[in-house]
Unconditional design. Structure first.
Length: 166
């Protein structure tokens, strides 16, 4: 089989593993995700993330070239925030800094009491800030009361930690 036909068959097999809906909908990968919620498949002899393959296939069709490998430091971002989505209309290439900026703008960061290792609640952080009065109700007293490290209480009071809590 010639390389062009082989490539078309591989592309067809790939899209058969995707539940394709409307142009604006997420196209969900039918395979099993990994422990982080992403899926992988073998593509051109390498294990690749499916959303990266989907974007590569989409860009190849536009420019009719062999699969474009992403540049060093380049990632594929989901505009829909759905990790199993393969819809090329939801995928953008960019840097990890762009990806982190997207995450922060969409408030998709696990913060405060929602973090599994958190020892305080948002309410307790508000209480610490409300109670703190220099030289009267100080950091050492709050640290003892909340069974926390002095430097942690200091960071909370100075709003260097738990910045999201108003």
């Amino acid at each position: 089989m010639n390389p062009a036909k082989r490539k078309l068959r591989a592309i067809e097999r790939f899209w058969n593993l995707v539940k394709i809906k409307g142009r604006r909908d997420c196209w969900i990968w039918k395979g099993k995700p990994d422990k982080f919620g992403y899926a992988q498949t073998y593509w051109e002899g390498r294990l690749e993330m499916v959303h990266r393959v989907a974007l590569s296939i989409h860009e190849d069709r536009k420019i009719l070239s062999p699969t474009r490998r992403l540049n060093q430091g380049e990632v594929v971002r989901h505009s829909c925030d759905t990790r199993l989505c393969c819809n090329p209309n939801h995928l953008l290439s960019g840097t990890q800094a762009d990806n982190i900026k997207d995450r922060d703008q969409r408030n998709r960061t696990c913060r405060g009491e929602h973090r599994p290792a958190s020892k305080l609640t948002d309410g307790q952080v508000r209480e610490i800030r409300r109670k703190f009065i220099p030289r009267r109700y100080g950091l050492k007293r709050l640290a003892k009361e909340f069974d926390m490290n002095f430097t942690t209480i200091d960071a909370i009071v100075k709003r260097k930690a738990w910045k999201h809590v108003k």
